[in-house]
Design a protein around this ligand. Structure first.
Ligand code: CU
Length: 261
């Protein structure tokens, strides 16, 4: 019995490290028709394989940019639990006040998370995008984060079968040769419950899908399927150490692709 448990724990630990982890800023839609408070869930998870959920602590910052103005949303966060296919972990539910037309860039700066299996800290500085009334206002502008991916395609209505191009920057300067892990949100969180929905696809063999940024920090990915796609530039940020250990300060961006119908 004991051996089985240890073996099971070891088997679980391997995919958690081998598969890509992503901080989600999940909303059920990216185009917001009705003005009001849009619910958002912050979850630190392996969404391609509906895998391990990591406990998320209260972020250092959670805010939105609309018409160039920053609004602090940290006060909207309340702790919730989230159940993935393997386990349950601590997550947050917040709200985004969408009123006027335009873009709403959601930004989360989490506290560094200690990944025991790799003995490193991970801090995924994450951006996601909402829009109301098709008025573009902010999506193509850098937020000015320590590291971020600047989209060159409008991130809330990418065409499935088209491409997405981004530029990895750190302190405003391009990051060449950054390793970018790419993941499909195969199971979307359910907003009404603590659970994830059933996965619609499985990750492909061969491990994480990876692109590398060019000399000017750019990368392009052909988007094969409608839904949410995440891009994580690993260790692209300027901070490399936290509490005496290695820190991977990553830039994460979420885009939403749609089928042409
Ligand atoms: Cu992981």
């Amino acid at each position: 019995m004991k051996t089985t448990l240890i073996a099971a724990a070891a088997a679980l630990a391997i995919p958690a490290a081998a598969q890509a982890h992503f901080l989600l800023e999940y909303t059920t839609d990216t185009m917001i028709e009705t003005p009001g408070d849009v619910p958002v869930k912050l979850i630190f998870w392996h969404p391609f394989e509906n895998g391990h959920v990591m406990d998320l602590e209260t972020p250092e910052a959670f805010f939105m940019i609309h018409n160039g103005e920053k609004t602090d949303l940290l006060g909207t966060l309340e702790p919730v639990m989230f159940s993935g296919g393997e386990n349950e972990g601590a997550a947050f539910r917040g709200t985004v006040p969408v009123r006027r037309s335009g873009d709403y860039v959601l930004v989360t700066v989490p506290q560094p998370y200690y990944e025991e299996s790799e003995e490193i800290y991970i801090q995924q500085i994450t951006k996601a995008f909402l829009n109301r009334n098709e008025l573009p206002t902010d999506w193509d502008q850098p937020v000015g984060l320590p590291t971020e991916i600047i989209p060159l395609n409008k991130p809330y209505n990418v065409i499935s079968g088209g491409t997405f191009t981004g530029q990895v920057v750190a302190d405003g300067a391009p990051v060449a040769g950054a390793e970018i892990e790419i993941e499909y949100m195969a199971a979307e969180p359910d907003m009404q419950s603590a659970a994830s929905s059933e996965p619609t696809v499985s990750p492909l063999p061969g491990g994480a899908v990876v692109a590398v940024s060019d000399a000017n920090g750019y990368f392009t990915f052909g988007v094969p399927k409608a839904g949410y796609w995440g891009f994580a530039a690993l260790g692209s940020g300027p901070e490399t150490e936290h509490e005496g250990k290695e820190l991977s300060q990553d830039a994460v961006i979420w885009i939403r692709a749609w089928d042409l119908e």
